[in-house]
Design a binder for this molecule. Structure first.
Ligand SMILES: [Zn+2]
Length: 92
């Protein structure tokens, strides 16, 4: 499946949040941490030990909450993205 690079922005203030390598097209429902390309402060959360070590994904500028921690079988950590709280653009 083809993948695309997305830039995710805060839906309220427009601040850049994360760069993401998304498989396929369609809605961004789950944000897998091992597909976050930057910033490092978020990408490195892929190696947390437990779900309680995963803080909600929030805008660093205005604190708007855009994702909630979830876990999945296989040990891949992900955020469930909150619909309408973020904007996405195709990166390069
Ligand atoms: Zn914001």
């Amino acid at each position: 499946m083809a993948s695309q690079t997305l830039d995710i922005f805060c839906g309220l203030c427009g601040a850049f949040l994360v760069g993401y390598q998304k498989k396929g097209s369609g809605q961004l429902i789950r944000l897998y941490l091992d597909h976050v390309t930057h910033p490092d402060s978020i990408a490195r959360l892929k190696s947390v030990a437990k779900k309680s070590d995963l803080p909600p994904l929030a805008c660093t500028a205005c604190n708007n909450r855009v994702g909630l921690a979830m876990s999945r079988e296989g040990g891949r950590w992900a955020y469930r993205m909150i619909k309408g709280s973020f904007k996405r653009k195709r990166g390069n």
